[in-house]
Design a protein around this ligand. Structure first.
Ligand code: NAI
Length: 340
C-alpha cells in the first residue's frame, strides 16, 4: 500500500489529475540518449506519465536493456528500444515530443561551454534526423551548453526548411526547481507552494532567478540572502558536479525536471489551458534572439512568450551582466551550425 500511494503520488506529479486517459489523445515521446545518466531515470518517469502512449528509447547503445526493463512497469505506455544510427529514423517517426539528453556531461572544473566541441556535433546530427523523420515534433533540448545547442538545432531546422520557433525549447526547468527548493528552504516556506521564475539562459551568470517575483512572497530574506540564493541557483549544477567528483553532473534532479517540462508540453498539446513554464526559446523580449522566460504552452507548442515583469535593481543589473555571455554563446552555436 505504500507502493500504491507512491504510485498515485507519481501519477499526480506526472499530471494525471485533470485528464482521464480516455479523453487524451495518444502521444509518442522519444528520448535520445535514453541509456545515459539522465536518460534512464527520465525514461522511467515518462513511462509513469499517463499522457504517454508510446515511449521510444534511443541511444547509440544500451537501449534494448533500458527498454526491456521499464517496459515491465504496469502503465499504459508501449516502450520500444532503438540502438545505433540505423534505427534512429524508426525511433523518431510519429513523435509528438523528442527529448534530447544525449551528449557528455561536465566533470569538476569544466564549464558547460567546455562540452561544446563534442555535444554540438551530436545535437546537429540528431536535429538533422528530427527534421527528416518528425519535423512537427516539439523538441526539448537538455544537452549542454543549452545556450548554444538550441541555436544549433534552430539553424539545422532552418536549413532543412522545417523550423518552427514555437516547437524548439531549451530545458531550463532544473534551474527553476533549484530556485524553488533553495528559496523555500531559506525563507522557511513549504517547498511545494514555492514558485520562482528563472530567466536568461542556462549557464553560470546567464541563469537569472527572479526572487523579487517569488511566491509566496516573504520579508524574511535580506538583500544578502537574495544575493546568496542567486549565486547558489547559478552554481547549482556545479555543486552537483563537485559532489559527484568526476562521476558526472545532475542526472536524477535533471530527469525529474525533464519529466516536469515534457509533461507541461504534453498538457499544452492536449489543450489544457494555462500551462506556463520557463524555457529557453526564440524570443523578442530582449535584443537577444533566444532567451529563457515564462512561456505559455499550447496545442502548437509556444502559445505566448511572456515578458519579464518588473525587476528589482539587482535583477536589472544581473540582466545587463548576462547579455554579453549569452549573446556570444548563441552566436557560437549559429556559427557552428553554418560552418559544419
Ligand atoms: P551521460 O554521459 O550519462 O549520458 C549521455 C548519453 O548520451 C549516453 O548514454 C550516450 O551514449 C548518449 N549519446 C552520445 N552520443 C549520442 C548520439 N549521437 N545519439 C544518441 N545518444 C548519444 O550524460 P548525462 O549525465 O545523461 O548528461 C547528458 C547531457 O545533459 C549533458 O550534455 C549534460 O551536460 C546535460 N545536462 C543538462 C542539464 C540541463 O539543465 N539542461 C542538467 C544536467 C545535464
Amino acid at each position: 500500500s505504500m507502493l500504491r500511494s507512491m504510485e498515485s503520488a507519481l501519477r499526480r506529479a506526472a499530471g494525471a489529475r485533470s485528464f482521464s486517459s480516455g479523453a487524451a489523445p495518444g502521444r509518442k515521446v522519444a528520448i535520445l540518449g535514453a541509456a545515459g545518466g539522465i536518460g534512464q531515470p527520465l525514461s522511467l518517469l515518462m513511462k509513469l506519465n499517463p499522457l504517454v502512449t508510446r515511449l521510444s528509447l534511443y541511444d547509440i547503445a544500451g537501449t534494448p536493456g533500458v527498454a526491456a526493463d521499464v517496459s515491465h512497469i504496469n502503465t499504459a505506455a508501449q516502450v520500444a528500444g532503438f540502438a545505433g544510427e540505423e534505427q534512429l529514423g524508426e525511433a523518431l517517426e510519429g513523435s509528438d515530443i523528442v527529448i534530447i539528453p544525449a551528449g557528455v556531461p561536465r566533470k569538476p572544473g569544466m564549464t558547460r561551454d567546455d562540452l561544446f566541441n563534442i555535444n554540438a556535433g551530436i545535437v546537429k546530427s540528431l536535429s538533422t534526423a528530427i527534421a527528416k523523420y518528425c519535423p512537427h515534433a516539439l523538441v526539448n533540448m537538455i544537452s549542454n551548453p543549452v545556450n548554444s545547442t538550441v541555436p544549433i538545432a534552430a539553424e539545422v531546422f532552418k536549413k532543412a526548411g522545417t523550423y518552427d520557433e514555437k516547437k524548439l525549447f531549451g530545458v531550463t526547468t532544473l534551474d527553476v526547481i533549484r530556485a524553488k527548493t533553495f528559496y523555500a528552504g531559506k525563507a522557511g516556506l513549504p517547498v511545494e507552494d514555492a514558485n520562482v521564475p528563472v530567466v536568461g539562459g542556462h549557464a553560470g551568470i546567464t541563469i537569472l532567478p527572479l526572487f523579487s517575483q517569488a511566491t509566496p512572497s516573504t520579508n524574511a530574506l535580506s538583500h544578502e540572502d537574495i544575493k546568496a540564493l542567486t549565486k547558489r541557483t547559478q552554481d547549482g549544477g556545479t555543486e552537483v558536479v563537485e559532489a559527484k567528483a568526476g562521476k558526472g553532473s545532475a542526472t536524477l534532479s535533471m530527469a525529474y525536471a525533464g519529466a516536469v517540462f515534457a509533461d507541461a508540453c504534453l498538457k499544452g498539446l492536449n489543450g489544457v489551458p494555462d500551462i506556463v513554464e520557463c524555457s529557453f526559446v526564440q524570443s523578442s523580449i530582449t535584443e537577444l534572439p533566444f532567451f529563457a522566460s515564462k512561456v505559455r504552452l499550447g496545442r502548437n507548442g509556444v502559445e505566448e512568450v511572456l515578458g519579464l515583469g518588473s525587476l528589482s535593481d539587482f535583477e536589472k543589473q544581473g540582466l545587463e551582466n548576462l547579455k554579453p555571455e549569452l549573446k556570444s554563446s548563441i552566436e557560437k552555436g549559429i556559427k557552428f551550425a553554418k560552418e559544419n
